[in-house]
Design a protein around this ligand. Structure first.
Ligand SMILES: Cc1ncc(COP(=O)(O)O)c(C=O)c1O
Length: 419
């Protein structure tokens, strides 16, 4: 299962030595394992025992064309939240009828493009959005398939920045107004109700919040059907948790699959699942070089060439990422270090006071579990280049995203001659 292992003291990604990649590719870089991506998809797929379901990879977690294509070739659909993501999904070969469009702020342009692309459905998050889809559909003389995203007011636990299913969150339609919202939708021209949807947050390691949400929504589906609304698709969102810390107990995927299969088997709906993190998080490491070792009275620092602009999760969410040395034998005498980047922010760190072996300047480190919400959240802050992404398959590797050098970033600025 684990595609990142030491062999003869060297860290390998599948069968490729990380230091061999670093000899050819400038650090820092993201490095993915194709086998891991495929295995995660297959694990989820095999855990589900339903007649009609679609795994719609949530592209926001990782939007690289090679990653999307990997899942597309395994039969995946896509969950998108912008016109850009929709274009990425289509370009990677995902059939339009396997694409759902979520998000609270779809613009008219995005709605029109999605209608013209003939997607499976819009997951609608407000009455105002319903009206906008109705207007655009009328204009294009079509009926648009919609589901309403229901906010079940259920806590997903964990980090509040990635919790989306509480009443105070901006997402979805309050479950108490679900029935009247469907009644309203049914009377709008250009709108065809086909489904219902929820997504309560990310990195959920417990079954309970999923179970509670399913129960609530199954009840609502019953009410809606009694009133004559046709619910043929039930989108149960994403949020499946993974292991970041060696002692963290991730979501039991077989229990999750069983829950879906048992609760939804008799519902006579196509079930849509929108996993992001589960498929991608542990598929990648971020390889970075130590520029300086700096010891002060209060702290020891390893200043590395990756920074918060390349990978922002630790400082944005306070999230833990295991950091390991490329050479296992350097584990010897452990000292505690803060691993920090060159960006001029105190928040530019990857880990604090973690034990690392006898490392020296120029040594390589690997930040683990960076495949989800990693490169997609990167920026060019401090006019730092966008870094390479590498995909490994068995004993070969290839660049799957080119660096964007600082000169190119600077060249996008325009200077009016009246300055
Ligand atoms: C609507 C929706 N679906 C799916 C996902 C994917 O979540 P995860 O990566 O936790 O599976 C998200 C993430 O924010 C989301 O907002």
């Amino acid at each position: 299962m684990n595609s990142f292992n030491y062999k003869n003291g060297k860290l390998l990604v599948e069968d490729v030595n990380v230091s061999d990649i670093a000899e050819k590719i400038k650090t820092p870089f993201y490095c993915y394992s194709l086998n891991h991506l495929k295995e995660q998809y297959i694990r989820l797929d095999e855990s589900i025992n339903l007649e009609d379901y679609e795994i719609c990879f949530s592209i926001k977690s990782n939007s690289n064309q090679s990653i999307i294509k990997t899942f597309s070739k395994l039969g995946s659909g896509a969950d998108v939240v912008s016109i850009g993501e929709l274009k990425r999904a289509l370009k990677a070969g995902i059939p339009s009828k396997k694409i759902v469009f979520s998000g609270v702020g779809k613009t008219s342009e995005e709605i029109r493009f999605a209608i013209q692309s003939d997607i499976l459905m819009f997951n609608v998050e407000s009455i105002s959005e319903l009206k906008k889809i109705s207007k655009e559909s009328e204009y294009l003389n079509v009926q648009s398939n919609i589901s309403l995203r229901i906010n079940p007011d259920i806590s997903a636990g964990g980090n509040e920045k990635i919790s989306t299913g509480k009443a105070q969150d901006k997402f979805g339609i309050d479950w108490k107004s679900a029935i009247e919202s469907y009644d309203f939708a049914a009377n709008l021209s250009g709108i065809k109700i086909i489904g219902i949807d929820f997504h309560i947050g990310s990195q959920i390691n417990q079954i309970k919040p999923f179970e509670e949400s399913l129960d609530l929504l199954i009840g609502i589906i019953g009410e809606l059907r009694k009133k004559g609304h046709e619910i043929k698709v039930f989108d149960v969102g994403g949020g499946l948790g993974v292991q970041y810390h060696p002692e963290e107990k991730p979501l039991d995927i077989n229990k999750y699959g069983k829950l879906l299969s048992q609760k939804l088997g008799a519902l006579k709906c196509k079930i849509v699942i929108e996993p992001g993190r589960f498929l991608t998080a542990n598929s990648a490491i971020l390889v970075t070089k130590i520029i300086y070792v700096k010891n002060t009275d209060k702290n020891n620092f390893l200043i590395v060439d990756a920074a918060m602009n390349d990978f922002i999760r630790p400082t944005l969410y306070g999230s833990y990422h295991q950091i390991i040395t490329i050479n296992e034998d350097k584990k010897g005498n452990l000292s505690k270090y803060d691993i920090v980047g060159p960006v001029c922010e105190t928040g530019d760190y990857f880990a604090k006071k973690i034990p690392i072996g006898n490392v020296e300047e120029e040594d390589l480190l690997a930040i683990k579990s960076v495949g989800a919400y990693g490169s997609v959240l990167s920026s060019n802050y401090n006019t730092r280049a966008s870094i390479n992404e590498i995909l490994v398959s068995n004993d070969k590797f290839e660049i799957i995203r080119d660096r964007i050098e600082d000169e190119e970033i600077i060249s996008r600025d325009k200077v009016p001659d009246w300055i």
